[in-house]
Design a protein around this ligand. Structure first.
Ligand code: NAI
Ligand code: MG
Length: 496
C-alpha cells in the first residue's frame, strides 16, 4: 500500500466533508404527451370496460396527485381475457410463421423507442423513480428486450438443437411495480417469440406504462387477443393464477405471494416460474479499488430507491478497511440528491407507495431497536408524497431483521468479515439467493467466490448491470426459472 493510500485510509473525515453543489432545477417537460383520464382493460385487441364496473385511481407517489383512473378487472374479466388469448393462440398465433412473429416483436421494439420520451416521463410520474433512470435504464432496456427476442423467434431450433420446439399456450404473467415497463418486456418478449399468447396483470400502483404498451401493441397491429392486459390488484392476479385454461404462470414479486401462487399451481397443468425477493451480499475485499467500490455500493442500494430485488442490501466489508469504507460511504450518500423525480439531477426519487414507505420505516425502527447504529443523510425531503432519506446501518448483527429481511428501500446494512471463507459463509446465510457482488483486484478470487456464492447473478467490480442476453433468476427462496438470454425462452416452450 502506498504512503498516500495509507494516509487516505487512516485520516478520519469530518461528518460531512463532501460538497453539495446546488444545481438549478432542470425539470423534464410533461407537455409532449397526453394521458387518458380513464383506462379500460385491454382484451381482444380493444379497450373494454370492466365487468366489475370499477375503476381505481393511480397516483404520482411524489405528489400524491391522481394521474388517471384504471379499470379493476375481476374474475369474469380475467376469464374473458383468457378466452381471447386461447382463441388467438389456436386460430392465429401458433399458426403465424416464426419470421412473421419476429416482425411484430421488432415493431413493438421500434415503437417503444419512438415513444421513449413519453414512456420515461410516465414511468417516473407513476412509479417515483428518477427520470435519469427511466430515461437511461428502464425504457431503453425494455426496447432492447423486444429487439433481442425478435431475433430468436425464427431461430428456436438453434436455441434448442435437435429438439422439436412448440409453444406452451396461454401464459398468465404477473408483474411488480419496481420496473413496470421493463418487467412487462421481460415477460412478454420471450413468450411472444416462442409463439404463446398472454394475459398480463400489471401492479396496482404502476399500471400506466403497461396501458401505453397496449396502445403500442394496437399500433403494431399485433393480431387481437395475442396480448391482453388486465389491470387490478392481488385478487385480479389470483383469478389469473386460478384460471383453468392458463398453461403457464410467470410471476415477479414478493416471496410471500410467490409461495401462495406455487401452492395454487401445485397439481395443475400449469408450468411456473417465480422471481421473488433478495437480500444480496455485496462483498468488498481490502484490495478492492475503493472509490470504484463506493460507487458500486451506492448504485447497488440507492439506485431506484432500493426498490430492486437484486439490490446489494447487505454490504460485507473486510475488517481492515471498515473505517475508510464507512467514511467514504457517509460522504458519498451526503451528496445524493433526493427529490422531484422529474428533475434530471435527482439521484433518489419517491418511494413507490405509502404501504412500501411504512414497511421501510418499520424495518428501519427494528434496526435501531436491535442496537445497530444508523446513519441517515440530512437532506430535506418534500412535504407531500412518500420519501425516505438514504440510510445505512453499521454494527449490524447477522441475526438482526435488517440483515435478514428484504427492506426494498434505500437502506444498507454494513457487516464485516476477515477471511474469504467467512465472507462466503455469512453471505450465503440467507433464505434468498438472487444476486451478489464481489469487489477485489484478484481475478482468481472473483472466480472462486462466484462458484461458491449461492446466487443466480454475480457481479464482479460492478453492480446492477443488466443485459437482455444475460439470464436472470434466483436460487432458494428467490425463486426458479430464468428470464433473459436463451435460457429465458425455456419456460415458454415444450420440447420433444
Ligand atoms: P406483491 O408480491 O404483493 O405484488 C406483486 C404483484 O403480484 C402485483 O401485480 C400484485 O397485484 C400481484 N399479487 C398480489 N397478491 C397476489 C395473489 N394472491 N395472487 C396473484 N397475484 C398477486 O408485492 P407488494 O405487496 O407490492 O410488495 C411487498 C414486498 O415484496 C416488497 O416490499 C418487496 O420486498 C417485495 N417485492 C419484490 C419484488 C421483486 O422484484 N422480486 C417486486 C415487488 C415487491
Ligand atoms: Mg402484496
Amino acid at each position: 500500500m502506498s504512503e498516500l493510500e495509507t494516509r487516505e485510509r487512516l485520516t478520519p473525515g469530518p461528518a460531512s466533508s463532501a460538497i453539495q453543489w446546488d444545481y438549478a432545477p432542470s425539470l423534464e417537460a410533461t407537455d409532449h404527451f397526453k394521458l387518458e383520464s380513464r383506462y379500460d382493460l385491454f382484451i381482444g385487441g380493444k379497450f373494454v370496460a370492466p365487468h366489475s364496473k370499477r375503476w381505481f385511481q393511480t397516483i404520482n407517489p411524489a405528489t400524491e396527485e391522481t394521474l388517471a383512473e384504471v379499470a379493476e378487472g375481476d374474475a369474469e374479466d380475467v376469464d374473458r381475457a383468457v378466452r381471447e388469448a386461447r382463441r388467438a393462440y389456436e386460430k392465429v398465433w401458433r399458426k403465424t410463421s416464426p419470421s412473421e412473429r419476429a416482425k411484430y416483436i421488432f415493431r413493438i421494439a421500434r415503437l417503444i423507442q419512438e415513444k421513449a420520451r413519453a414512456l420515461a416521463v410516465v414511468e417516473t410520474m407513476n412509479g417515483g423513480k428518477p427520470i435519469k433512470e427511466s430515461r437511461d435504464v428502464d425504457i431503453p432496456l425494455a426496447a432492447a428486450h423486444f429487439f433481442y427476442y425478435a431475433g430468436w423467434a425464427d431461430k428456436l431450433e438453434y436455441a434448442f438443437p435437435n429438439r422439436n420446439v412448440a409453444p406452451v399456450g396461454v401464459a398468465g404473467q404477473i408483474i411488480p411495480w419496481n420496473f413496470p415497463l421493463l418487467m412487462a418486456a421481460w415477460k412478454l418478449a420471450p413468450a411472444l417469440a416462442a409463439g404463446n399468447t398472454i394475459v398480463l396483470k400489471p401492479a396496482e400502483t404502476t399500471p400506466v406504462t403497461s396501458l401505453m404498451l397496449a396502445q403500442i401493441i394496437q399500433e403494431a397491429d399485433l393480431p387481437p387477443g395475442v396480448v391482453n392486459i388486465v389491470t387490478g390488484a392481488g385478487a385480479t392476479g389470483a383469478a389469473l393464477v386460478a384460471h383453468d385454461d392458463v398453461d403457464k404462470i410467470a410471476f415477479t414479486g414478493s416471496t410471500e405471494v410467490g409461495k401462495r401462487i406455487q401452492r395454487a399451481a401445485a397439481g395443475t397443468k400449469k408450468k411456473l416460474t417465480l422471481e421473488l425477493g433478495g437480500k444480496a451480499p455485496n462483498i468488498v475485499f481490502e484490495d478492492a479499488p475503493l472509490d470504484q467500490a463506493i460507487e458500486g455500493i451506492i448504485n447497488g442500494i440507492y439506485f431506484n430507491q432500493g426498490h430492486v430485488c437484486c439490490a446489494g442490501s447487505r454490504l460485507f466489508v473486510q475488517e481492515s478497511i471498515l473505517e475508510p469504507v464507512v467514511r467514504k460511504l457517509r460522504d458519498r450518500i451526503g451528496t445524493l440528491r433526493v427529490g422531484n423525480p422529474l428533475d434530471k439531477n435527482t439521484d433518489v426519487g419517491a418511494i413507490n407507495s405509502r404501504a412500501q414507505l411504512e414497511k421501510i420505516q418499520e424495518l428501519v425502527s427494528s434496526g435501531v431497536e436491535e442496537g445497530a447504529e444508523m446513519y441517515q443523510t440530512s437532506c430535506s425531503l418534500p412535504t407531500r408524497g412518500f420519501w425516505f432519506a438514504p440510510t445505512f446501518f453499521t454494527g449490524v448483527g447477522q441475526s438482526n431483521r435488517i440483515a435478514q429481511e428484504e427492506i426494498f428501500g434505500p437502506v444498507l446494512s454494513v457487516l464485516t468479515f476477515r477471511t474469504p471463507e467467512e465472507a462466503l459463509e455469512k453471505a450465503n446465510n440467507t433464505p434468498y439467493g438472487l444476486s451478489a457482488g464481489v469487489w477485489t483486484e484478484k481475478g482468481s478470487r472473483i472466480l472462486k467466490m462466484a462458484q461458491k456464492l449461492r446466487a443466480g447473478v454475480i457481479w464482479a467490480n460492478t453492480y446492477n448491470k443488466f443485459d437482455p442476453t444475460s439470464p436472470f433468476g434466483g436460487f432458494k427462496e428467490s425463486g426458479f426459472g430464468r428470464e433473459g438470454g436463451v435460457q429465458g425462452l425455456a419456460p415458454y416452450v415444450q420440447l420433444s
